[in-house]
Write a protein that binds this ligand. Sequence first.
Ligand SMILES: NC(=O)c1ccc[n+]([C@@H]2O[C@H](COP(=O)([O-])OP(=O)(O)OC[C@H]3O[C@@H](n4cnc5c(N)ncnc54)[C@H](OP(=O)(O)O)[C@@H]3O)[C@@H](O)[C@H]2O)c1
Length: 853
Amino acid sequence: MFVEIGPHPVMLGMGRQCLPPETGVWLPSLRRGQSDWQQLLQSLASLSVQGVKVDWSGFDQDYQRHIVPLPTYPFQRSRYWIDTVPPNSIDIIPQISQNGANPPVHTPQTTPLDWLEALSAEQVKSVLESQDLANVSQRLANLSSEKHQLLKLLLGQGQSQFSPEYLTDAMVTDSLYEVKWQPQERTQEAETQATEPGQWLIFADYGGVGQALAENLRSHGHRCCLIYPGEVYQSLPGGIGTINAADPNHFQQLFQETLGNNSLPCHGVIHLWSLEAEKSEALTPSSLEESQVLGCGSVLHLVQALVQTLVNTASATLPKLWLVTSGTQAVEASRAPLALAQASLWGMGGVIALEHSEIWGGLLDLDPSISDNSDHKGATQQAMALFPEIWQPDGEDHIAFRQGQRYVARLVSSKPTQPQSLPVQADGIYLITGGLGSLGLRVARWMVEQGAKNLVLLGRRGLPPSEQWASLPQDSESWKRVNAVQGLKAMGAKVIVAQADVSNQDQMSEVFEHLRNTQIPLKGVIHAAGIENYQEMQGMDLNVLQATLQPKVMGAWLLHQLTQGMNLDFFVCFSSIASVWGSKGQADYAAANAFLDAIAHHRQALGLPALSINWGPWSGSAMVSEEVKTLLKRMGLDPWQPEEAMSILPDLLGSNSPQLIAAKVNWDVFKPIYEVKGQRALLANMGVNSQIKHSQIKHSQIDQNESTPAQRPDFLQQLENAPAHKRQDLLVAYLQKEVIQVLRLDPSHPPKSQQGFAELGMDSLMAVELKSRLEASLGQTLSSTLAFNYPNIETLANYLAQDVLCLDRPEESVGLSHSDHDQSSTAEAELEELSEDDLASLLDEELGSLVFN
Ligand SMILES: NC(=O)c1ccc[n+]([C@@H]2O[C@H](COP(=O)([O-])OP(=O)(O)OC[C@H]3O[C@@H](n4cnc5c(N)ncnc54)[C@H](OP(=O)(O)O)[C@@H]3O)[C@@H](O)[C@H]2O)c1
């Protein structure tokens, strides 16, 4: 280290040349053109950094300085290590080895299912025989309920039953459903929705049902506005007006005027405009189109305006929306033609229930056999049926009335009937609309395999001109379609590619004219044309809705009309589960498919062949990308492999049912997610494990309360041991940790306790995950809607503290501790005296506030 003492560094350069390059540190004391003090300090700093001991107190002695502590830098360490958790099935491997079998190696990368599937039949059998099934199932926690079912079936059968046919049968049994209407009177406990006087908006029919309903409501002291469908916005005296179904601005204006600030609370919005739709026997393409605007179109605008107005006015009372139709549901066993033009509204209703559960009332289908007459007796009768449903809802939202009886809809498992081979005739011709799409081409191939020789594949785009085929980029959409058609031809089929829009009457008439000219009789129709759209109702416009409705609604109607008088063997519509239980972001698609379901029932009632298949998602189709597939699986919906779906088609066709739902659903996963914003009566029979019965919950509560501290979840013990005044903070910190885990947040930035879960990005899947985590660590059964009812950490902590864990009573410990047991020994003796029923009701009272919220 060299320091030159002088007015300017002259010697430093010369000195450097005497030593090898990069050797030593060369520092000036002063430098011309630079402030002396600056240069001296710089060199002193370099010396200090180089490790020279500086006498700082000597340096500071001329100055008045003192040392202040600076805040330390917060090192917010985040962990980015990937956790590898060994699958929980690993410990069943030794069991098999003990049984002498030699299983494939199980690595942490394989899922339990992969591993199970790699086993031979012999090995599976030995796993199943090695211990009780419940134990195995528990270890194979990732298996769907369907696979559990399969395991059970396998266990019950000999090894000879491990055939593909047997497995297909087992799968069909587990994946088929239908909607059944069951008679059900209203429950007595239903609470009155509208206790304080308020107003009701009735989108009234000209037949008088709305008017009769309004009279009834007025007689209970409520105000009613009757809005009729018309061309212009018109406000008439006496709370009557007209608006245009196709004009969203009319709805906005109406709701601002009626529900704006300072208006009476609105208890309900009743939509009866569908009753104005044309009857099926008089339906024409143009009246069918009008009816879709009057029904689904107006409801789309209504929901948009209603939600918008409620957000802007921050109204305390949320009105319930009820959608009324007449004769759209096949309720009774004796099949009757349906009111087709109104039917799509039921599909849309199922989606409103998911997207806007806060305003959802339900779907009500009136008895079409009650006709109106001049003295409006029929309308009064219909209004009398509607009134109790909107006045005192009882949790049912799929309701129908027939012959004075009230019915509610339930999804039930369906048993396949005798599988039938497709009645395919080599001398018949078969029309597949959407025939060049993913499912269309798959079905076409299958039909040729079944013996079909003549196919018409219909779509708007058709195939490119044949001279371009050779130059089509490989794997392009067009190339795939050309290739598939060539493949069908190579299998010996004659394939006509019809370029036509299935919803265009002229184009379809031309197609049928062409078919007639072939002199080959049309023997079957598969209607698989459709477009899918993912958009929530708030952002959807009428054009989008109509575009999605067209191929299914108008398409199916034209096919129904154009095939009249033909001796068809089958008329199959490819519908979707979206029309049965709804699908968020698919109001238009669900509505379109609901029409397919209705037309199948309608045709069967007319003695015509028909089947609507509400397919669950298909893997590898244009509509189910890999990303969607992953999401669906997380939700408990396992997409069909095309081969699986084709293998169950004969079972579906063999059934007499006009409508079958074919979906692979793990209800234990799917149902809690689906019901995260509220329970749905339609699914009441689904999901055995998630349907914890009241009594079971009670028992689990009792067990829990009686458990020793050692058995109690860690966090509960921690809470118990903490001083009462610290428990609330502990709970908030614990919730923060859980929310971080569920939302995969950076732990160094914990969410604020008042930040909304939705704002943080919590979706339904995550809300269910949070609920499950809390259940595990608190040892309590919690509601599926927990995260929605208590939408931030603060409100959730308060709820858990006060209602679930009773922390607001510091003198009591969490749950029931040993000392409580001692103190309550007298009470126990008294309890022993009670009958089982008395005990049950007492427990209901005691535990009700803990379990049901
Ligand atoms: N994929 C699934 O997971 C799934 C699940 C449940 C139900 N479905 C139903 O099954 C059917 C087939 O689905 P996919 O996955 O095969 O869909 P896709 O690949 O998109 O095929 C649909 C076909 O319909 C045709 N199409 C649409 N609008 C038409 C119109 N107006 N006139 C004539 N053809 C029309 C399209 O061809 P152009 O564009 O050339 O007209 C397209 O090739 C659909 O109806 C769908 O709703 C599918």
